[in-house]
Design a protein around this ligand. Structure first.
Ligand code: HEC
Ligand code: HEC
Ligand code: HEC
Length: 429
């Protein structure tokens, strides 16, 4: 028996039509616009609490375009399905959330629904924010409604069909959204519960540190196993004991608050703005995050046969030998044994770096290509970008040299191909 292709096409169209009808039936109503509440209707205490909530949730990171006004939106977020632009969440009536009631704001944060009823893309991490308390949501509202209003509309999204049809997000929500405030676990203390709320809720750490499935949902059974975001590997957060120097709470707090841990390395790429926000919140919040993260560690197999790894090193490869010359010329003044970086303050050595000890060369390649501009060019914490200085092979040689010299683990495979891939991805962004 042969299948008739026309039947398949007709079947596909019927199924799509049924999905569209079902999605339209799940439509949400608009919530009436309000007169913008006067700034005097929010008290100073609530606004202060709101600043903390907004920092913990990284709202400014996504809702501010490069060089744009804070919270005015327009930042493009690249997804496998196209580009989504973060919207304006300043209190501008025309283009922002100036005429949103607290009820409308709460619905957006808990259910991913805009004031007028359209469904929001999960690039807005409402599946995490939904766990926030009512108090935190109204504090964030008070803070945002008292910012400077900016009249600016985000560009239209560029998404592939049928994902540009928002009502279909109703199905995504059925699969991934469990709306509602997080219930406390009575068997655990208040600090642990606070840490879990900050990590799973406001901090949405899993949205970067978990692998995604084919439709962009987090694989909950692999939560915190590590993910890829903006071309960087977000390392597993549940295997912190397998680092050359296992992470302690002090080191985690130092990393999350300053962007650098003395026994590990610096936060770069998309982790950098997270640490910049965490630098502004009370230390007790970051302590709670660190303690909770340490409580979710998986038992690790002994570091993958270290002896085989060490044996694999032997004579440095030709790539590593070529890399040694480039390193002496361009890197040693900061990273070499005689560099002041190694002796002044608590500078991390490359031997402890997660990027240098990782299973793949991706983050080392990113670091060399993109550098790290955290504290500005004048600071000791600045690393220039080398993407315009060296070609793929030279950067691969540098990475191979660093791996062979500083890590106890075996050499990476396909280094040059990874560098080429990362460079191409960076260009497309
Ligand atoms: C990872 C990036 C990201 C973070 C972090 C983020 N947002 Fe958003 N947000 C978005 C995107 C993207 C949209 C637009 C989604 C769409 O158009 O479907 C959005 C939309 C919204 C909307 C709906 C606006 C409208 O006009 O419909 C609100 C409200 C909002 N965000 C508030 C917040 C708050 C409050 C925080 C911090 C607690 C926050 N966002 C953090 C990406 C983010
Ligand atoms: C926007 C994506 C993103 C978010 C959100 C995010 N991270 Fe990260 N994180 C990364 C990336 C990417 C790296 C790797 C950075 C590097 O190599 O410099 C990283 C690195 C880390 C590291 C270092 C791990 C190691 O083994 O070296 C820790 C710890 C960490 N993140 C904790 C957190 C916590 C806790 C949260 C939530 C409060 C969080 N991250 C939220 C992307 C993110
Ligand atoms: C001007 C000083 C400077 C130069 C030159 C420099 N770096 Fe860096 N590099 C840094 C700083 C600062 C960091 C962040 C870690 C720290 O604070 O010590 C860093 C981090 C790194 C990391 C990641 C370590 C981590 O934090 O996990 C790698 C890999 C790296 N550099 C490689 C290189 C290579 C290869 C070169 C030469 C092509 C180079 N660097 C040149 C300053 C420099």
């Amino acid at each position: 028996m042969t299948r008739k292709p026309e039947l398949l096409v007709v079947g596909g169209v019927v199924i799509l039509a049924a999905l569209i009808v079902a999605a339209l039936l799940m439509r949400k109503p608009a919530i009436a616009p309000i007169q913008p509440p006067p700034a005097s209707s929010f008290d100073a205490q609530t606004k202060l609490a709101g600043a903390r909530v907004v920092a913990l949730g990284d709202c400014i990171v996504c809702h501010t375009a490069k060089g744009g006004k804070p919270f005015a939106g327009g930042l493009p977020l690249a997804t496998p399905f196209g580009t989504i632009y973060a919207t304006n969440i300043t209190p501008d009536v025309e283009t922002g959330i100036g005429n949103w009631s607290l009820e409308a704001f709460t619905r957006a944060v808990r259910h991913g629904v805009s004031r007028d009823g359209h469904l929001l893309y999960p690039a807005f991490p409402y599946i995490h924010f939904t766990r926030m308390s009512d108090g935190d949501i109204s504090a964030a509202y008070a803070y945002l409604m008292t910012r400077e209003p900016v009249n600016a509309s985000a560009p239209a999204n560029e998404l592939i069909f049928p994902l540009n049809f928002r009502p279909l997000l109703a199905f995504w929500n059925v699969l991934f959204l469990r709306p509602g405030e997080q219930a406390a676990d009575a068997s655990k203390d208040a600090g642990w519960n606070r840490g879990k709320l900050l990590v799973d809720g406001l901090g949405h750490c899993a949205s970067c540190h978990s692998p995604l499935n084919a439709i962009g949902g987090e694989k909950s059974e692999h939560a915190f196993d590590g993910g890829i975001v903006d071309g960087w590997e977000a390392p597993p957060l549940n295997a912190l004991g397998s680092a050359p120097k296992p992470w302690t709470r002090e080191q985690l707090v130092m990393y999350l608050r300053s962007g650098r841990a003395s026994e590990h390395g610096a936060a770069a790429g998309p982790m950098l703005p997270v640490t910049r926000d965490l630098a502004t919140v009370p230390e007790e919040d970051v302590n709670a995050i660190a303690a909770y993260i340490l409580s979710i560690q998986k038992a690790q197999p002994a570091v993958a046969n270290a002896s085989a790894d060490a044996a694999a090193h032997g004579e440095p490869s030709p790539a590593a030998q070529r890399g040694a010359f480039l390193f002496a010329a361009s890197c040693a003044q900061c990273h070499g044994p005689a560099a002041p970086m190694q002796s002044i303050g608590e500078r991390p050595t490359l031997a402890f770096s997660t990027a240098v000890n990782a299973p793949t060369p991706r983050n080392t390649a990113q670091m060399i290509l993109s550098g790290n501009g955290w504290h500005g060019e004048d600071s000791m914490n600045y690393m220039p970008a080398f993407s315009e200085v060296y070609d793929d092979r030279q950067i691969a040689d540098l990475a191979s040299y660093i791996r062979a010299t500083y890590s106890q683990r075996g050499p990476w495979n396909d280094v040059e191909a990874t560098v080429a891939k990362v460079r191409k991805e960076n260009k497309a962004r």
